[in-house]
Design a protein around this ligand. Structure first.
Ligand SMILES: [Zn+2]
Length: 234
């Protein structure tokens, strides 16, 4: 079975997104006018850029979406969202890394952005009795060449994500990766009746003791090394 074109062709993916987001014609994000824009063409123009005839500013369909400022082709974003919503058990960044052919770090970032977009911000703590919560932290940004829209070089930022197996997630921008910064966020956002799964960072050791169980995963081996060695990550 071959994949639908929107999952392997960037232009088809963009057209698909434009039809979904703009059923009544392109909406200018600057002045709000609907159906009054012209698609820019020509060799020097990036595909998918429209110019508003009212305020004369350029825009594309990804402005204000989770895909904005991403170097990942739109077709891969759509495929990732399809995989994450179609899979009942949820999909780990490792599975996405393998299926999309992007780096693990990119897959982690994509999964994080997609879950964030789908999350209910007013919901209570994630996890609970018999549930597994995975904590992970990473750097985001920093490399200007990765940014299609870069106006000024983005600052590198730490982000921590807490992900309940099967879906729910919380994520935070953090000033630094220390036990003192992470602990209050973790205990506020995840029920301590959960099983906590983290990477091998020493900042998780103390807070891990507050949970029903705590085991660490070695990303290189894709496997938990303590407590629950038979459990695959994801
Ligand atoms: Zn406009």
């Amino acid at each position: 079975m071959s994949l639908p074109r929107i999952y392997n062709d960037n232009a088809a993916a963009r057209r698909h997104l434009e039809r979904l987001v703009w059923p009544d014609g392109p909406i200018c994000p600057h002045c709000g006018v609907i159906g009054e824009a012209t698609e820019l063409e020509g060799e020097s123009t990036r595909a998918g850029v429209w110019k508003c005839r009212s305020c004369e500013k350029p825009f594309s369909v990804t402005v204000g979406t989770v895909f904005e400022r991403s170097h990942v082709p739109l077709n891969l974003w759509l495929y990732a969202m399809h995989l994450m919503t179609a899979s009942k058990k949820g999909m780990s960044a490792h599975q996405m890394h393998r299926m999309l052919g992007v780096t693990y770090k990119t897959a982690w970032f994509m999964a994080h952005r997609i879950r964030e977009a789908m999350a209910d911000p007013k919901a209570g703590p994630i996890g609970g009795e018999g549930k597994f919560v995975e904590a992970d932290e990473t750097f985001i940004g920093g490399a200007k060449k990765n940014r299609a829209y870069a106006k000024k070089p983005p600052k590198k930022q730490h982000v921590m994500a807490l992900v309940e197996r099967g879906g729910k997630a919380r994520s935070f921008h953090i000033a630094n990766v220390t036990a003192r910064t992470l602990r209050p966020l973790i205990v506020k956002s995840a029920s301590r009746k959960s099983h906590l799964r983290t990477d091998e960072g020493k900042w998780y050791e103390r807070v891990g003791e507050e949970f029903v169980s705590h085991a660490t995963v070695n990303h290189a081996q894709d496997e938990y090394v303590r407590g629950d060695a038979s459990t695959k990550y994801g």
